[in-house]
Design a protein. Structure first.
Length: 379
């Protein structure tokens, strides 16, 4: 039986099959009397046929503090704060953030252990959102305000063409600008919209230009958007149509807050003649559009901790609903390890996911609602 040090269970060796027998678990529970040491339920059945877990599966990764911070994680907490530039206003806030951080850390560790056992197609990581709850992410980092179905224009599907390519990535054709960070402003819809238009501008002119999300945040109220309080991609397209243009990011930089409209026609960088909405929840129509037109604005559910802590692989969480709340950009698709995926550009900075991108399950019954509200602009 592995040994311990002090009152916790932080220095245990990798678990063997014998340790996970009923007798071994009883001894383990006694040893960890002042900590919660719970084996991941989904992985437990797989351990019965294993003689030794991988070295990563040491028990320290399965510890969560009961009501107070785990002192064994003090150094890791300080390192994480330094890495991500975290500062808190007072001790109470830091205490609350630490509690959330430890809870997320346990989720990440257990999930990645299960991934190593073949139970998941993606990994998680303690990124800059590791001290946030799902409710906070929904309140601060999403911001989608969906137009009622009655207000949607007639959806259309592209005419069938020749066989679509197995893999598409519009970055390879220079049609995708750098990953941006919306900050604590519900402007995801604006980043999604400009991303789709940037690609169309590149395809038409040969020049890739970052367009102004702040222009949309400040100026598209008449179309029904509410700046940092939320909006929708088609309303952003409609503003650009009505306004006969949108400024560049360089001339109208992003501030992550609401402001007075400062649109300057002389700095206009792009126009939009119309936009197309794809049929509701039709992944084949979305695939056609991504392959034949370019990056497409889509809406997803982004509030699961497994989403905002995503690191790599193909994101496929049964808990991810079709109640969409976040606007992103589908820039491609493909297959990884026999799992079909959508390649999605987010607006949470490069520390999110895979350098700002996430692969989301494709052909999984409209996973996370990704095909529910898809649209793209035309110049």
């Amino acid at each position: 039986m592995p040994g311990s040090r002090g009152q916790g269970c932080h220095h245990l060796l990798p678990l063997t099959q014998q340790d996970l027998s009923p007798r071994g678990q009883a001894r383990l529970q006694s040893l960890c009397s002042r900590r919660l040491c719970r084996v991941a339920p989904a992985a437990r059945s797989h351990w019965s046929g294993m003689k030794l877990l991988p070295p990563i599966a040491f028990l320290a990764t399965l510890v969560v503090a009961l009501g107070h911070p785990d002192p064994a994680l003090d150094w890791h907490w300080q390192l994480w704060k330094k890495t991500h530039g975290k500062e808190y206003l007072h001790e109470k806030e830091e205490w609350d953030r630490r509690e959330t951080w430890e809870r997320n850390l346990r989720l990440v560790t257990l999930h990645n252990l299960e991934h190593s056992l073949g139970l998941h197609s993606y990994t998680l990581g303690m990124n800059h959102l590791g001290d946030m709850t799902s409710k906070e992410v929904a309140a601060l980092l999403t911001g989608l305000s969906i137009a009622p179905r009655s207000q949607r224009i007639s959806a259309s599907r592209l005419q069938p063409r020749s066989r679509l390519p197995d893999t598409v990535d519009w970055r390879e054709k220079g049609c995708v600008t750098d990953v941006k960070n919306q900050g604590a402003c519900g402007s995801c819809w604006a980043f999604s919209a400009v991303g789709a238009l940037e690609a169309q501008l590149k395809l038409k002119t040969g020049t890739l230009v970052s367009l102004s999300t702040q222009n949309l945040v400040d100026c598209s109220v008449a179309q029904g958007n509410q700046g940092c309080s939320g909006g929708f991609m088609t309303r952003a397209f409609q503003y650009i149509i009505d306004n006969n243009g949108i400024d560049s990011e360089e001339s109208y930089p992003y501030k992550a807050e609401n402001g007075t409209c400062q649109y300057n026609a002389s700095a206009r960088a792009a126009t939009c003649s119309k936009y197309i909405e794809l049929p509701y929840a039709d992944e084949e129509a979305l695939k056609d559009a991504v392959a034949n037109v370019g990056p497409v604005s889509v809406a997803i559910d982004a509030t699961q901790p497994t989403f905002f802590l995503y690191k790599s692989g193909v994101y496929d969480d049964p808990q991810c609903s079709q109640e969409v709340n976040h606007g992103v950009l589908a820039i491609g698709y493909g297959t990884l390890d026999d799992k079909d995926y959508w390649l999605v550009k987010n607006s949470w900075g490069v520390r999110f996911g895979d350098e700002g991108y996430i692969r989301m399950a494709r052909n999984r019954s409209n996973h996370c609602g990704i095909a529910s509200y898809a649209s793209y602009p035309l110049i």
